[in-house]
Ligand binder design. Structure first.
Ligand code: EPU
Length: 417
């Protein structure tokens, strides 16, 4: 099992390039199942979750060709319409194929995801939505079976709570449904908008993506298209926090500063000098000492839960007490005890973590519990005294492309063993 050895104490300087967004690439790949024609996607990050999704596409019969960051998918016909437990258990986003297969094939069988390190994460809202579009749903043997032999029909779906992949799944189902679908209380994340842009290129009729009401007029069929995935705002945000925590001077390139609004505002409040150097590049520069600032996670455009763990690492180095509140997932503080093993002072009370800083961190052997928790530990290690061993970096490999090389390019002493 791979681990990272990190020698702390070196500021991140220079430039780091952002990759394509994993969480935009996953639904885009699932969307390829909506048409028999080839779809070409550029800027697909080479991370484990993408490999899992391409395995799933191949398993249902799609032809997938990869050339660097470009992936071409042709789903001419299906050999089956099932997402098996083996794949879903390693990646919950596998449930994104439910909507497209139900819409195009009239049948889809997807394993129920089961528990997850960061929370229960049910997919009941995907299922309820599909039912409203006319699918018959059965749950047996740990699987959800959706069937709509005569096709789906448009409907108004009001999400009880905001769900990113739920919105994406339903949007993909609705593009081939008869008539109009209105998705209310939809997620406004940039990844949802990016998916809508791809679907529109494929011939779908969608209005309002990026707002909380999305209108979709179903069409008979979709056609092939070519699309470039948006930059990964969470990866870019991780690097910005990395620049800030190490007291460096780092330019994060190939990103979209508009998607990073909540983080940039927060970093400025913490005393970090942040400047947009171009329409696609942001610089962080350590200035005055870091100040503690409270943070609460929210759906976009609020502060992303996917940057909460990294922000907590930053707060261990800030002067004062900060309250970090997680509102999206019920168990997303698994990094806190590991940060404490490195010397951080953190108290957890329900959905709140109270961080007292600054505390000197010292290198230790720590263990990743999920993707973003591992990013938090790597950031803490970059500023810790001595050597940190981060175990189970396979979590990191699910969503960060060549992270150790990117960090090393900015001066970090990171090796994979
Ligand atoms: N929820 C339900 N029922 C549902 C769906 C969601 O109760 O049917 C709840 C969840 O349990 C959670 C909340 O609603 O408490 C929001 O979950 P959401 O559905 O928005 O999360 P997701 O779509 O499963 C995506 C990202 C996550 C990211 C969240 C929140 C992808 C592939 N995953 O997950 O990314 O944390 O949105 O922004 O887009 C990551 O990249 O590390 C990651 C976990």
């Amino acid at each position: 099992m791979d681990r990272f050895l990190i020698e702390g104490g070196v500021p991140l300087n220079g430039e780091i390039q952002t990759s394509g967004a994993k969480n935009a690439a996953l639904p885009a790949l699932a969307a390829c199942l909506l048409t028999p024609e080839p779809v070409t996607l550029h800027r697909i990050p080479r991370v484990k979750d993408i490999a899992t999704m391409t395995s799933l596409l191949r398993a249902v019969g799609a032809k997938v060709d990869m050339d660097g960051g470009t992936v071409r998918v042709e789903a001419k016909e299906f050999v089956k319409t099932e997402a098996p437990y083996e794949l879903v258990k390693t990646m919950r986003a596998s449930s994104l194929v439910l909507g497209p297969m139900a819409a195009r094939c009239g049948t889809a069988r997807v394993s129920m995801p089961g528990g997850c390190a960061i929370g229960a994460r049910p997919i009941n809202l995907h299922i309820l939505g599909l039912e409203q579009l006319g699918a018959q749903i059965a749950q047996t043997h740990g699987y959800i079976e959706a069937s709509a032999p005569d096709g789906l029909r448009g409907a108004t779906v009001h999400f009880d709570r905001i769900t990113v992949t739920g919105t994406e799944d339903l949007m993909m189902a609705a593009v081939l449904a008869r008539g109009e679908t209105i998705l209310q209380n939809a997620a406004r994340e940039p990844e949802v908008t990016d998916l809508a842009h791809l679907l529109i290129r494929m011939g779908a009729r969608i209005e309002g993506a990026g707002s909380s009401t999305i209108r979709i007029e179903g069409v008979e069929s979709l056609h092939g298209a070519e699309h470039t995935i948006i930059p990964d705002r969470i990866e870019a945000g991780t690097f910005l926090i990395g620049g800030a925590i190490t007291g460096g001077n780092l330019l994060v390139t190939q990103c979209n500063p508009e998607h990073l609004g909540a983080l940039i505002a927060k970093l400025k409040l913490c005393g970090v000098a942040v400047s947009e150097e171009a329409s696609n590049a942001v610089r962080v520069k350590a200035g005055v000492a870091l100040r503690a600032c409270d943070m609460i996670t929210e759906e976009y455009p609020g502060f992303p839960t996917d940057l909460q763990a990294q922000y907590m690492a930053l707060m261990t180095q800030a002067d004062g007490i900060s309250m970090v509140t997680e509102t999206i997932f019920e168990n997303r503080f698994m990094h806190a005890p590991e940060l404490m093993r490195m010397g951080a002072s953190i108290r957890i009370e329900g959905r709140q973590a109270i961080v007292a800083g600054p505390r000197e961190l010292t290198g230790a052997q720590v263990m990743s519990s999920d993707l973003r928790a591992s990013a938090s530990l790597v950031l803490a290690a970059l500023v810790a005294k001595g050597q940190t061993t981060v175990d189970r970096v396979y979590h990191m490999d699910r969503g960060y492309e060549r992270i150790e090389q990117k960090l090393a390019g900015a001066g970090a002493r990171v090796t994979r063993v």
